[in-house]
Design a protein around this ligand. Sequence first.
Ligand SMILES: NC(=O)C1=CN([C@@H]2O[C@H](COP(=O)(O)OP(=O)(O)OC[C@H]3O[C@@H](n4cnc5c(N)ncnc54)[C@H](O)[C@@H]3O)[C@@H](O)[C@H]2O)C=CC1
Ligand SMILES: CC(=O)C(=O)O
Ligand SMILES: [Mg+2]
Length: 466
Amino acid sequence: MSKSTMSIVLRLEIQKDQATFGEIATIVSDAGGDIVAIDVIKEGQGITVRDISININDEAKQHRIIQSVDNLPGVAIKHTSDRTFLVHKGGKIAISSKVQIDNREELSRVYTPEVARVCEAIDEDVTLASQFTIKKNTVAVISDGTAVLGLGTIKPEAAMPVMEGKAMLFKQFAGVDAFPICIHPQSTPEETVKLITSLSPTFGGINLEDIASPACFDIEQKLKEQLDIPVFHDDQHGTAIVALAGLLNALKIVDKELAACKIVVCGIGAAGIAITNMLLTAGAANIIGVDVDGALIRSSSYDNASWNDIAQRTNPHQESGSLADVLCNADIFIGVSAPGIVKQEQVKSMAKDPILFALANPHPEITPEEAGPYARIMATGRSDYPNQVNNVLCFPGIFRGALDARASDINEEMKLAAAKAIASVIKEEELNEDYIIPSVFNENIVPAIRKAVMEAAQQTGAAKKE
Ligand SMILES: NC(=O)C1=CN([C@@H]2O[C@H](COP(=O)(O)OP(=O)(O)OC[C@H]3O[C@@H](n4cnc5c(N)ncnc54)[C@H](O)[C@@H]3O)[C@@H](O)[C@H]2O)C=CC1
Ligand SMILES: CC(=O)C(=O)O
Ligand SMILES: [Mg+2]
């Protein structure tokens, strides 16, 4: 099974009479690195300068390699670079023009004075903005940095690499122009709503990203009420749609019905609440929500209003206790909580053919290696294991469909249609334990979601375009 690798490049100055490349290779290999490329940068009298590219799978090994190589007599590290940082240099996206202007006539057309005629036309009929501006195909990816991946609150500037990454994926997979916008956290959800509402005329849709719960619920709800463009909190609904898609296929393999399964959803935050709601809509009857203080039960009262709401609508047998307690005999575990909180013993205690979706990023609740012997089906949110249950499978396609339908909303029917469309990309005869969800590179995903979402938008009256 694959595991993500970091890749570093060391530029070494080697005194030929004191050190050999063989010695360096041995040190790197002993410290757990794989040398994947060597470039000779300079050959001189008694000195050679080489770039060696090394793959490693954790940061501790990286430090060990650097230290050991640096300690070698006759070897000096001139420069160290990390390929992941290199790919982020200067940001990952850029804006480009669709039209080249080479003379004054063309300049007058795209800019003043001619542009004013287009402005006046849009001012008279604002719906023309969808025809004559980027609004037609542009989505804002907006975060306040308060729940970035599983990193918690980080500075908005620090959230930007994730938002740029989302923008890249929007473009590559669905041709949607997405603009990353990281804002300072506001003191109230109302202020965030006001800020985003002010930005909204530019965009054809708003993809909220990595905004902490419970504020994210209020923010999304109010924006949906106030704006006539689709507003979609990716961590809630994108995750829920992909989780349901994966589950529909996983259940076919283990031959179980969703309604008959005992399902534990761990982490009743943005993703966990949306997953719970989506599974209830899809027919699940026995979901137990678990958060830091254990299983949510109806008879308790929680400070978090969403937990009270979830507790009222789940856990029909009122099972209480810790995650370990309620995982006993569970058919399905879905984690959107914290790294490493599920132990092998707990997987062993689950019902026959357990399904585990350990979706916390970047470190899952349990690794596939650990769960492997006991889990029948295992999925994570990561790109480096089979069965990647990640919202990247959804947001490009769902916005493609919503923009093309000129939808004013992404409603429940459109979400359910997207989940079924993702699941349907894998044919029944192709399904297996390591292939319950299509790869993000499967070219059928976006067209399948787009078609299903456009149809659902038409049927529910959300589409402005026939
Ligand atoms: N694979 C995917 O596509 C996605 C994965 N995620 C991951 O899910 C996790 C949660 O994300 P959000 O819902 O946006 O965050 P959130 O902050 O809204 O919710 C996290 C919830 O987990 C709970 N939690 C923390 N530690 C726990 C523990 N030890 N036991 C039980 N519950 C615990 C928190 O109290 C909170 O209610 C993150 O790691 C994130 O990266 C989120 C969205 C998409
Ligand atoms: C995948 C994603 O959106 C997250 O982990 O927050
Ligand atoms: Mg996210």
